[in-house]
Write a protein that binds this ligand. Structure first.
Ligand code: NAD
Length: 509
């Protein structure tokens, strides 16, 4: 049961054939791009980028506004394509792809001038110089994306990179190529020079060709295993990369949590986009005192979820067919090791495509795959713990570190627990919504990533920070220039003593 297949074209090239994951109806075919197509895209991007950079923030922001208007005018067309590639509901396509794309276009359009404008930095030692710090565009950014957020995970880095003055080449996942191509379509249809946002299609070979094809930076979102390969390839090419990778997010439910809200948050956090969310709630640690009440509420809510392909439904298809095998293997492993399937735990065949029933596992322990490996499906595993300290210890017992959540009516206590989690972000009393908080840098700790996107730090990563130092006062004498003389060395000695041997000097230095 495949969602994508590669077939040989008459000219010897490969063609990608796609299917709707919920119904397996064919949805089209796309020729695969190789190194030659990547090189042509690179040449076009290089030629267009300098004029785009010269346009300045105001001109670039106007282009984002035009794209936003276009997206608002054609939302339903864009949703049609996203739904076809992902099998998710129009509801989810609207709030998880269109809404954040609109927000990214508007927010980064405005925010770029604040985050990236050239600024003067006060000097502490070399006070006779002025430091001008500019954020120069890197040039051409390669954006490699996964299949779980095929539009937004392309749009967001693209908008940030564009606002920083770069051109962009996107390589969408081969599992969702039509939705990935919408990124270029959005900008082309809203009047942007088509060379500034291009898409190359294909699998890992095309992604690898892009990294080796002369780009100046890679923004990668995907799995840990591929992230390692991408990091290695970027190292070989001596180009920077941000790597937004997988997770195994933990939820901590304290003894004083609002149990019903926490249960609702658990169900949403674990089942949204059918659990195929990098920040999915996959492991839940519940303090003994509220465990049974919490489990009952979660099971009741999960049992009410509706799978489907059309109209009103909650749980869409599993986008990637072979993901079903991973989910099945993890659930079977948990059961074999003593866990209970409280609800779900099987495939759903009603709709003709790839479905797994929303599943709650109780009595989970850390020797089970469902507590240690990324599931990426509609499965949540719950474990009873003695107290919050045990919950924190277990939450940190992982190689991942993307995000996590803490639930308690005592916000100060929740923040103290959040501080102890070794993750890129934490949410208190909500499912992970950090990706939607564009002011916040988003990235993973440990194996969940390198670098961040969003926020000031994310935007600056698309730039080369370049200092220009200018003399404010012409120096009469250079103490450290040749020839080296005892008298000059004596002055250096005195300067060191003045600056760091007495309190006044330390204050000034
Ligand atoms: P994947 O790593 O299999 O593929 C991601 C992209 O990399 C695809 O476009 C693929 O074609 C490309 N690719 C594969 N091999 C490559 C190579 N050698 N060189 C260059 N590119 C290559 O990931 P996936 O299965 O598409 O996505 C699911 C994963 O993404 C999950 O682990 C999920 O947690 C993660 N993810 C992370 C975030 C985040 O922000 N941290 C967001 C969404 C998804």
């Amino acid at each position: 049961m495949a969602v994508v297949q590669f077939k040989q074209a008459p000219d010897g090239g490969r063609v990608l054939h796609t299917q709707h994951p919920g119904t397996l109806a064919p949805t089209g075919s796309i020729p695969v791009d190789g190194p030659a197509e990547v090189a042509a895209a690179m040449a076009r991007a290089r030629a267009a980028q300098p004029a785009w950079a010269a346009l300045g923030f105001k001109g670039r922001r106007a282009a984002m506004e035009r794209a936003l208007t276009h997206l608002l005018d054609h939302t339903e067309d864009f949703i049609d394509v996203i739904v076809q590639d992902t099998g998710r509901s129009r509801f989810e396509a609207r709030f998880l792809e269109i809404l954040p794309a609109c927000d990214a276009l508007r927010f980064f359009g405005k925010f770029a001038a604040k985050a990236l404008k050239t600024r003067r930095v006060g000097m502490h030692l070399l006070r006779h110089k002025s430091l001008r710090l500019e954020y120069r565009p890197r040039g051409v950014i390669g954006v490699i994306t996964p299949w779980n957020g095929p539009f937004i995970l392309g749009v967001s880095p693209t908008v940030q990179a564009l606002m920083a003055g770069n051109a962009v080449i996107v390589k969408p996942s081969e599992i969702t190529p039509h939705a990935g191509a919408l990124v270029a379509r959005l900008f082309a249809e809203s009047g942007l020079d088509e060379r500034l946002v291009q898409v190359v299609q294909g699998d890992g070979a095309t992604g690898a060709a892009l990294i080796d094809g002369g780009v100046d930076m890679i923004s990668f979102t995907g799995s840990v295993a591929t992230g390692r390969k991408v990091g290695e390839a970027c190292g070989r090419n001596l180009i920077p990369a941000t790597l937004e990778l997988g997770g195994k997010d933990a939820m901590i439910v304290c003894g004083d949590a609002d149990v019903d809200r926490a249960a609702g948050g658990c169900v949403f956090g674990s089942m949204v986009i059918t659990g195929q969310f990098c920040c999915s709630t996959e492991r839940v640690y519940v303090v003994e005192a509220v465990h049974d009440r919490f489990v009952d509420a979660v099971v009741e809510k999960v049992a009410a979820l509706r799978t489907g392909t059309e109209g009103e439904f909650d749980i869409g298809a599993i986008i990637r067919a072979d993901q079903l095998d991973i989910i099945e293997r993890q659930v079977a492993d948990a059961v074999a090791k003593g866990a209970t399937v409280a609800v779900g735990g099987h495939r759903v065949t009603d709709h003709g495509g790839n479905f797994y029933a929303p599943t709650v596992i109780t009595g989970a322990t850390h020797d089970m795959l469902v507590m240690t490996e990324e599931t990426f499906g509609p499965v949540v595993a719950i474990m009873k713990v003695a107290d919050e300290a045990e919950a924190v210890r277990l939450a940190n017992d992982t190689s991942y570190g993307l995000s996590g959540t803490v639930w308690s009516k005592d916000r100060k206590r929740a923040v103290r627990l959040a501080e102890q989690l070794d993750t890129g972000s934490v949410c208190v009393n909500d499912s992970c919504v950090t990706y939607g908080a564009l002011e916040a840098p988003f990235g993973g700790a440990r194996n969940s990533g390198v670098g961040v996107t969003h926020g000031v730090d994310g935007m600056r990563s698309y730039c080369l920070p370049r200092p220009i130092l200018v003399d404010r006062i012409a120096p009469t004498e250079e103490m450290v220039w040749f020839p080296y003389q005892a008298a000059k060395e004596d002055k250096i000695k005195k300067a060191i003593a003045f600056l760091w041997k007495n309190p006044l000097g330390r204050l000034l230095s």
